[in-house]
Ligand binder design. Structure first.
Ligand code: SAH
Length: 249
């Protein structure tokens, strides 16, 4: 008897930004696995549905637990915030499959897309991701800080708009300041820079500033930072990046 495992994302926060496909998958699950606060966002739909809440950083352990439940015949849903494939549980599941019980490779595993923080944050301010962009996580839990610096430098040199996930945490208060310092050595000081906190929720807060003036202490774990490209501009209360080299005429 074999169950199934679906990895879903709840979106950035408010219920309307969770997709109907995700809602349907959640209603069918026998077991929900995830970080406690994400599980709390999900209304009880099915009686006797079991909830397995875990710590935020225990991702691989959580992935193995979910896979063993599915292998035992349960209909398991693993819950992430935002989109499950963006710096989240979907990759952790496949890491666990790659290194774990060979029988896990035959399980019915699926991923449902969700609205990632970068898209919700961009929509709050206009269209800052209107041209080419990239996303970098500043968390060095799983990669070296030197790798992050190399990617920041390359992204700045290539003039991408840069979305910074995980810009700050209590364990790493100085990294965003170091990232800004590096970017200032390559990009113009007047480059638009946005701090978008709790995007896609009623508590949203936006701070629009410039790279020269950005204060790294304004970011917390619920903030997404967007650093503009050379073409990113402010127009009235919006920030946008033209689709090409400049505004269409
Ligand atoms: N899978 C998630 C990202 C997980 S990494 C997604 O697709 O959105 C966690 C980081 O995402 C946070 O530190 C923060 O930078 C960003 N984030 C998540 N939700 C957010 C929100 N509502 N507003 C702004 N940033 C958010």
């Amino acid at each position: 008897m074999s169950g199934s495992l679906v990895v879903v994302g709840t979106g950035p926060g408010k219920a309307e930004l969770m997709t109907p496909a995700t809602t349907a998958v959640l209603a069918k699950a026998t077991d929900l696995v995830g970080y406690g606060p994400y599980l709390e966002r999900i209304p009880e739909t099915r009686p006797h549905q079991r909830r397995h809440a875990s710590e935020n950083r225990a991702e691989l352990e959580r992935a193995r637990h979910a896979l063993s439940l599915a292998a035992a015949g349960r209909e398991v849903v693993v819950v992430s915030g935002g989109d499950p494939g963006v710096f989240a549980m979907a990759a952790a599941i496949f890491e666990a499959v790659e290194t774990g019980d060979p029988a896990w490779r035959t399980l019915d595993i699926r991923v449902e897309p969700g609205v990632t923080a970068m898209l919700a944050a961009a929509a709050e301010v206009g269209a800052p991701l209107g041209g080419d962009f990239c996303a970098i996580s500043l968390s060095d839990n799983l990669k070296a800080w030197a790798t992050i610096e190399r990617r920041l430098r390359s992204a700045a040199q290539a003039d991408f708009v840069i979305a910074l996930y995980n810009p700050a945490s209590r364990a790493r208060p100085h990294q965003l300041a170091r990232a800004f310092e590096l970017l200032r050595s390559i990009k113009a000081g007047e480059t638009p820079l946005l701090f978008v906190r709790a995007a896609g929720t009623p508590d949203v807060g936006v701070l629009a500033t410039t790279l020269a003036e950005a204060d790294a202490t304004r970011a917390d774990m619920r903030t997404l930072v967007i650093v503009g490209a050379s073409t990113t501009r402010r127009i009235g209360r919006w920030v946008y990046t033209p689709r090409g080299e400049g505004p269409a005429s």
